[in-house]
Design a binder for this molecule. Structure first.
Ligand SMILES: Nc1nc2c(c(=O)[nH]1)N[C@H]1C(S)=C(S)[C@@H](COP(=O)(O)OP(=O)(O)OC[C@H]3O[C@@H](n4cnc5c(=O)[nH]c(N)nc54)[C@H](O)[C@@H]3O)O[C@H]1N2
Ligand SMILES: Nc1nc2c(c(=O)[nH]1)N[C@H]1C(S)=C(S)[C@@H](COP(=O)(O)OP(=O)(O)OC[C@H]3O[C@@H](n4cnc5c(=O)[nH]c(N)nc54)[C@H](O)[C@@H]3O)O[C@H]1N2
Ligand SMILES: [Mo]
Length: 776
């Protein structure tokens, strides 16, 4: 492997760097000739929906409606490489566990169903029939069906697969339907209903075209939703101020050069994205937002005193909201010194934001994992909504709240009822429709699944997509616990670490991807997905499946359901797996308000939007109004233990070369880090104060009082432009440091952006300081 290197990247997001990176991955995956043809159908009506992020799919897409990371995700699925039974014959599972995440997925797409053979410590081919029979037998034998079986899924599943999956789990007898959104935007799903009465965002692309102000909190579009840079670029060109709060200066939020514009590529003229950039401390947003709200109130008071225009939308507050006075009194009472200390910013920063926001006719607030993955995440999001409500910025054009969802169909999955919270899905209706009594006990979310596994309560774990054991916290405890499970079923497309931690009986079941042609006796089948703006789109695959032995996720669920459940003529599993329109018909019956005329509308340009009541100022909250929720958490610093200043806050980050636990490569181009993931980004003064050196190997150790030692050694120090007291490292490597109980209050989303750790030099016997990394 090449030497780790740190060279600050001077170019904008997009541009030639993006074009080169795309070329490299197409070549490596052996699809340089075929992928470009496929990409003309990317995010198109009657094409397929990108399998990377959930960013909005426009009604009039660009001729090439894709981005660098979308191409990587497509190349990853279309790859010419195959991970065959011969590969597994050559390697024991113990041996494969030594590989890193990148190398594990390099052999390519899985081709055959496999069963773990403990005697040889190898996965061996098995027939689908045998696999299904044995798994069903095991599921039926689970003693406590409510506590003993878990149905996990990752947010890539289609609506059709998601709906069938929740039906299977509920007919089986539990609501144990944790999914990746528990680790992601669960904080949103808890915060927004109380504030505005809907669990999803309230803006669409039309609002981006009309807004006068954009505020960005803790989301990195350059790497994680690059197509979003197109509307941002347009907004910036219209002179719309874009205000960013992020501990790191992310390139996509600074400058963008559209790689699809020949003029821009030739002239090299990049667009400035953020007009204000505030490097808030990790976890400092609650204080920063309080400061902004406080400053807006002060502007309003001043305007009233001097006979100026009111800054607050008083009519909106009176007619549409609840709790304003209490909140305003609270915000006015907060102390600037304290807000500065907690946010790591100056009062003038927060006032500068308030000044721009206070004058904008309409504003959009965007956020991502930088807000959701904190202990005070729920309160922080509610505070962001308060800021919008102060000026009536919900429920009108050009305004609203915009959580940027992660996985391409994570939002649709929740709409389809994949949720551990029974109150979120019309179970009465489901029960009536299918003639059974759905379980009403809440199921496990992701963290509760981990806790139940640690307690030895779980016997069987079905993983429909994803890489659960790698994505969750506390690897040191969870990996050994995983080996004690009776049954683990990994329904995946490429080999990953979860499959290498077999329980007593374990399977790898490979499936057809959404870019592939899914033929049944009834002809080619299609799927559907929901994007982050609540629009539902059709998806048609275009490539022959990676192997003739693959089956679809729909068929897999139906075959299993037929064997596990007692016969019920109302659950027509044979029909569903033959014709997915039959599944959509059932969805339409369970959720008629959204999914009427589903079959036709999913092919409309731009998809069809689910009802978003807050968009119409129809508030489905406990008070029947939008709620100003007054925070309680500012007093205590939830994320950090009350110890000396030796403790740093670790943010776990995604590089530009990964999709969650899938690592495409070892570069993080925009951040200037090359050939390395075992790095820790530190402020120069934090390095010096500890007597450390750039390029030195260090150990990170979690500060926790539960008696468990969590540490990660051999991490190389990089001097980086990051606030004092905060450090950065990559997910999932750093998950070993995150205690399973370290999560957002109210949502249990692991608090992955603020793990209290100490940093120490590795002893000379561990690793010699040997790498000369550059400095900023
Ligand atoms: N290419 C690619 N695309 C992806 C993914 C991927 O891994 N790769 N993952 C997908 C998924 S599932 C998701 S959920 C999304 C994730 O997309 P994002 O929401 O962008 O998630 P992260 O990259 O984890 O971090 C977000 C940003 O938060 C900042 N941040 C960290 N802590 C704080 C804080 O305390 N305050 C503030 N204001 N900012 C903070 C970080 O510097 C970083 O810029 O992307 C999706 N899209
Ligand atoms: N420390 C830390 N931890 C985090 C995060 C963080 O920011 N920091 N982020 C969290 C977030 S936001 C998320 S969403 C989770 C991600 O958690 P997951 O969604 O569980 O993980 P992924 O890495 O997206 O899953 C990748 C695997 O999915 C399988 N796969 C891909 N496509 C398909 C398909 O079409 N069908 C099927 N059946 N399988 C497929 C492949 O085998 C691949 O190995 O991680 C969370 N964990
Ligand atoms: Mo996510």
């Amino acid at each position: 492997m090449k030497k780790p290197e740190y060279k600050p990247y001077r170019l904008p997001a997009g541009g030639w760097g993006s074009a080169r990176s795309v070329g490299n991955i197409l070549r490596r995956e052996g699809v340089l000739a075929s992928a470009p043809v496929a990409l003309t159908r990317h995010n198109k009506v009657d094409g397929y929906q990108c399998n990377s992020c959930a960013w909005v799919k426009p009604a009039s897409p660009l001729p090439l409606e894709y981005c660098e990371n979308g191409v990587k995700a497509v190349a990853w699925e279309l790859t010419a490489h195959r991970c065959t039974p011969e590969f597994f014959a050559q390697h024991t599972v113990t041996e494969l566990r030594e590989h890193d995440d990148y190398n594990l997925e390099q052999p390519g797409r899985l081709t055959h169903p496999l069963r773990y053979d403990a005697a040889t410590d190898k996965y061996v081919p098995v027939s689908w029939g045998h696999a299904m029979d044995e798994i069903a037998r095991e599921l039926r034998a689970v003693k406590n069906k409510q506590k003993g079986t878990v149905f996990y899924s990752s947010g890539r599943l289609s609506n059709e697969a998601s709906y069938l999956y929740q039906l299977l789990a509920r007919a089986y007898g539990n609501n144990n339907l944790p999914d990746s959104s528990n680790m992601c935007h669960e904080t949103t799903s808890v915060a927004l209903p109380q504030s505005i009465g809907q669990a999803v965002g309230s803006v669409d692309l039309g609002d981006f075209a009309k807004t006068d102000c954009i505020m960005f909190f803790g989301q990195n579009p350059g790497s994680n939703s690059p197509r979003m840079l197109h509307p941002l670029q347009e907004a910036s060109r219209r002179g719309v101020p874009i205000i960013t709060y992020n501990p790191l200066r992310e390139r996509g939020l600074e400058r963008f050069l559209n790689p699809q514009s020949p003029t821009e590529m030739l002239t090299g003229k990049a667009t400035r994205i953020s007009s204000q950039y505030h490097q808030v401390k990790a976890g400092g947003d609650l204080a920063a937002l309080t400061g902004i709200c406080k400053a807006v109130l002060a502007m309003h008071d001043e305007a009233l005193a001097t006979g100026g225009e009111p800054v607050l939308d008083e009519a909106f507050i009176a007619e549409h909201t609840h709790g304003f006075d209490q909140f305003a009194n609270w915000a006015r009472a907060q102390d600037w010194d304290e807000l500065e200390r907690r946010s790591g910013l100056h009062r003038a920063d927060m006032e500068a934001t308030a000044l721009v926001y206070g004058r904008a006719k309409s504003a959009i607030a965007i956020y991502g994992m930088g807000l959701t993955q904190h202990q005070a995440g729920v309160e922080t999001i509610r505070l962001l909504v308060n800021l919008l409500l102060m000026r009536g910025n919900i429920g009108r054009e050009g305004a609203g709240i915009c959580p940027v969802r992660g996985h391409s169909n994570v939002q649709g999955q929740r709409t389809m009822g994949v949720t551990e919270k029974p109150e979120l899905f019309p179970l009465d209706r489901l029960g009536e429709q299918f003639g059974f009594e759905p379980p009403r006990e809440p199921g496990y979310n992701t963290v509760e699944t981990c806790e139940a596994v640690l307690k030895g309560e779980v016997e069987a774990f079905i993983m429909l997509g994803g890489n659960f054991v790698r994505a969750i916290p506390d690897h040191g405890q969870m990996e050994p616990a995983w080996r004690t499970l009776r049954l683990t079923v990994n329904v995946i497309t490429k080999l990953n670490r979860s499959a290498l931690l077999p329980g007593e009986i374990s399977y790898i079941l490979p499936v057809i991807g959404r870019l592939e042609i899914d033929e049944t006796a009834a002809g080619q089948q299609v799927l559907s997905m929901e994007d982050t703006s609540g629009c539902i789109h059709g998806n048609r695959g275009l490539r022959t499946p990676a192997s003739p032995h693959l089956i679809s996720e729909m068929r897999l669920i139906c075959e299993l359901a037929k064997r596990v459940l007692d016969p019920n003529p109302k659950m027509r599993w044979d029909d569903y797996m033959n014709d997915y329109a039959e599944i959509r018909r059932e969805i339409g019956e369970t959720l008629p308000d959204t999914f009427w005329d589903y079959e036709r509308r999913m092919w409309e340009p731009g998809g069809f939007q689910r009802p978003l009541p807050a968009k119409k100022r129809d508030w489905h909250t406990d008070t029947g109004r939008a709620n100003f929720v007054t925070p309680t958490a500012l007093e205590e610093d939830l994320d950090m233990p009350a110890v000396g200043h030796d403790v740093l806050r670790l943010m776990t980050l995604r590089s530009n070369d990964q999709f969650n636990t899938t690592v495409y490569g070892y570069d993080d181009r925009f951040r200037g880090i090359n050939n390395a993931r075992q790095v820790v980004l530190m402020n120069r003064s934090d390095i010096d104060r500890r007597g450390l050196k750039v390029g030195q190997a260090v150990t990170l150790r979690t500060v926790a009082d539960d008696g468990v030692d969590r540490h990660l050694s051999n991490m190389l120090v990089v001097a980086y432009d990051i606030p004092i007291g905060c450090i950065g490292g990559y997910y999932p490597e750093c998950n070993v440091l995150m205690p399973v109980w370290h999560y957002a209050a109210g949502s249990k989303t692991p608090a992955a952006k603020s793990i209290p750790v100490t940093v120490h030099a590795d002893g000379p016997d561990i690793l010699e300081p040997q790498l000369e990394l550059g400095t900023v």
